[in-house]
Structures are given as structure tokens and as C-alpha cells.
Design a binder for this molecule. Structure first.
Ligand SMILES: Nc1nc2c(ncn2[C@@H]2O[C@H](COP(=O)(O)OP(=O)(O)OP(=O)(O)O)[C@@H](O)[C@H]2O)c(=O)[nH]1
Ligand SMILES: [Mg+2]
Length: 330
């Protein structure tokens, strides 16, 4: 049974819709901890979402994602857009707040009311990182951000899941990746809409660019869309002198062009539907499990099942089948 929302919660959602950073921080914490009433809160937030541009920036650890994002924030702020950033770090042992490195990199925007940045790590997210990230992006949309950027590490299934919230996916590669490029190629390359070769100032960048372009050509041919990744954008996201930065305007132009393509071709509708399908699946997984464990609690059945599996008279598959058939009458 859903509990009634307290007046506090109603006020919280109102403040969020008004763009309050404090309200956003509070709501994100509630969602991260899967506190009571989270679903009721999200129900109020949800109708105010779905209109923002959502851009994913993915790539190996240290490839320069956060550095690129600080430049993107600046450029989109110059266009008058409000920007939210969710930096997801599944490997970080820290949780909540911002990581030290990100805090330093993003501090240029700390006093800007039109920028809201939040770092997340996987520790302690009861509903799983993918679900929390998905909810946090919705919260940032409801807050009134025109653009929400999601930074994720590009390796493993979880991160591919997370990137489904993004409409435009920017893949960040670097010249010193070596064998990692093979791994990236297999999965993530296929979902990249824009590919960046960051650290183009490093030795070997020119060669790397040439090799990548040959590879990309093959990887992109089986992408089922009217958008072709025509070329890789070389970038320098961090340099002692501002004039040595490179490729930032090109990246902004590519993101803008991809967004325009999505809207003109109506592919955006397919992407929104896909995002909702993933949300349904994440929420179902979570809620069905909670529902079933709640039903079992206090009956001693869970312990009994574990005992049977330990003794070899049953197995997890048969248990789940049996439990589902009683609960869901299938
Ligand atoms: N030489 C060079 N260094 C860069 C460039 N871009 C970023 N760096 C440096 O690379 C390091 C990592 O940059 P980040 O922006 O933190 O990379 P990240 O991908 O966000 O890293 P994680 O979030 O830890 O995965 C920092 O020391 C940056 O200063 C670049 O274009 N050239
Ligand atoms: Mg980072």
C-alpha cells in the first residue's frame, strides 16, 4: 500500500519544479536510498520530464570525460541552456557527494545557478545503479534543465544499460588505449552516435585516428539508422593554455546536429519509447522482487528454500518457478 505523501514531500516536489538545487539534492538522496514514498515522489516528478536533451558521455577511466563535460557545460551555458550532469562511477568506493577529482574539475561551475552536478557510485543503491541513474536523470529534467549529461565508464553491461537513457551517445577514446579499443569496439562502438579521440595532443594520435577511422567504417555499416558517424572528432580537453584546447566547438556542433537529426527524423520517438521500456523493466525487476520477498518474510519459507537448495533437493530455478506460480498465479 502506498503511504500518503507528507506535506513536506509535496513542497519538495514544488521546489524541485521551481529549479531548487536543495530540493534536487534531497530528492536524489531519497531515490538513492529507496526511502519510503520514493515511488510516490517519482510519480509527481515524471509528468514534468521527457523534454530535455539527454547526452551520454562514455569512455574508459581517465579518458577525459569530465574534462570534456566541463567545456560542454560552458558552451551550452553560453547558449543560455540550464545544464544538469550525472557522473556515474560504478567502481568508486565513495558514495553520495562529488568525487574529489570531479569536484576540482567541475568547480568552475560551482557558483553557477544554471548548472547542477551530481556524482553517483554503485555502493548502497538498493534498486541498482541503472534504476537510480534513470530516476536521477528524470529528477534533473523536472528541475528544468534543458540538457542533462550522463557520464559513465564504458565497460560492462551495466553501463550499456545506463546509456539507454541517453538520446545522443558520445564515445570518448584516447590514443593510448591499446587493447581496450578491441573491447570497446565489440559493444559500445555500436551505440555511439559521436566518437571523440581525446588527448589528440599525445604522441601517436594521428596514427590512431587513421586506424580508428578504418575500424569505424566497418563498425558503423550495420547500425540501423539514418545517422552515420562520418568521422572521429579529435579533441584536447585539458591543456595548460586555453588556445591549445581543440575540437570542443566541433563536438558541440556534432551534438547539436545529432539532436536535430533525431527530431527531424522522429527517431527521437523510438528512443523515448526504448527508454520507457527500460524503465519499466528496471522498476518491474525491483518491485516484483521486493513484493515477493515481502510476502515471504515472516513465513520462514525463505530459510526453508535455502535449506532445500543447500541439501540438493531443490535449486534456485525451481524455487523461483514455484514462488512465482503461487504469487502471480501463472
Ligand atoms: N594530455 C591530455 N590530457 C588530458 C586531456 N583531457 C583530459 N586530460 C587529463 O586526463 C586526466 C583524466 O581526465 P578526466 O577528465 O578526469 O577523465 P575521466 O574520463 O572523467 O576520468 P574518470 O571519471 O576517472 O573515468 C586528467 O589528468 C586530465 O587533465 C587531453 O586532451 N590531453
Ligand atoms: Mg570523470
Amino acid at each position: 500500500m502506498a503511504e500518503k505523501l507528507s506535506e513536506n514531500h509535496e513542497t519538495l516536489v514544488q521546489s524541485l519544479l521551481g529549479g531548487s538545487r536543495r530540493a534536487a539534492a534531497r530528492m536524489i538522496t531519497l531515490v538513492e536510498n529507496q526511502s519510503a514514498n520514493t515511488n510516490e515522489l517519482m510519480k509527481l516528478v515524471y509528468p514534468h520530464t521527457g523534454k530535455s536533451m539527454v547526452v551520454g558521455v562514455t569512455g574508459a577511466a581517465g579518458s577525459g570525460k569530465s574534462s570534456l563535460i566541463t567545456h560542454l557545460i560552458r558552451k551550452f551555458r553560453d547558449q543560455g541552456k540550464r545544464v544538469g550532469v550525472v557522473a556515474v562511477d560504478p567502481s568508486s568506493p565513495f558514495s553520495g557527494g562529488a568525487f574529489l577529482g570531479d569536484r576540482i574539475r567541475f568547480q568552475a561551475h560551482a557558483l553557477d545557478d544554471g548548472v547542477y552536478i551530481r556524482s553517483m557510485s554503485s555502493r548502497g543503491y538498493l534498486g541498482g545503479l541503472a534504476r537510480s541513474t534513470s530516476d536521477v536523470v528524470r529528477i534533473m529534467e523536472a528541475m528544468g534543465n534543458d540538457l542533462v549529461i550522463v557520464e559513465t565508464l564504458g565497460a560492462g553491461q551495466d553501463e550499456v544499460d545506463i546509456i539507454h537513457v541517453a538520446q545522443t551517445c558520445v564515445l570518448v577514446l584516447t590514443p593510448n588505449m591499446g587493447d581496450d579499443i578491441q573491447a570497446m569496439k565489440a559493444g559500445i562502438m555500436e551505440i555511439a552516435d559521436i566518437v571523440v579521440l581525446n588527448k589528440a595532443d599525445l604522441d601517436g594520435a594521428v596514427n590512431c585516428l587513421r586506424n580508428l577511422e578504418a575500424t569505424m567504417h566497418m563498425a558503423m555499416t550495420h547500425k540501423d539508422s539514418g545517422w552515420a558517424v562520418a568521422r572521429i572528432i579529435p579533441t584536447v580537453a585539458s591543456a595548460p593554455k586555453t588556445e591549445d584546447l581543440q575540437g570542443i566547438d566541433e563536438l558541440v556542433a556534432a551534438i547539436t546536429a545529432h539532436q536535430a537529426y533525431l527530431h527531424e527524423s522522429l527517431v527521437i520517438e523510438r528512443i523515448q519509447a526504448k527508454r520507457i521500456e527500460q524503465e519499466l523493466s528496471l522498476v518491474f525487476r525491483d518491485e516484483v522482487e521486493k513484493f515477493i520477498f515481502k510476502g515471504l518474510s515472516g513465513t520462514g519459507k525463505k530459510r526453508q528454500y535455502i535449506k532445500e537448495i543447500l541439501e540438493g533437493s531443490s535449486d534456485p530455478y525451481s524455487v523461483v518457478e514455484e514462488v512465482l506460480s503461487t504469487f502471480l498465479k501463472v
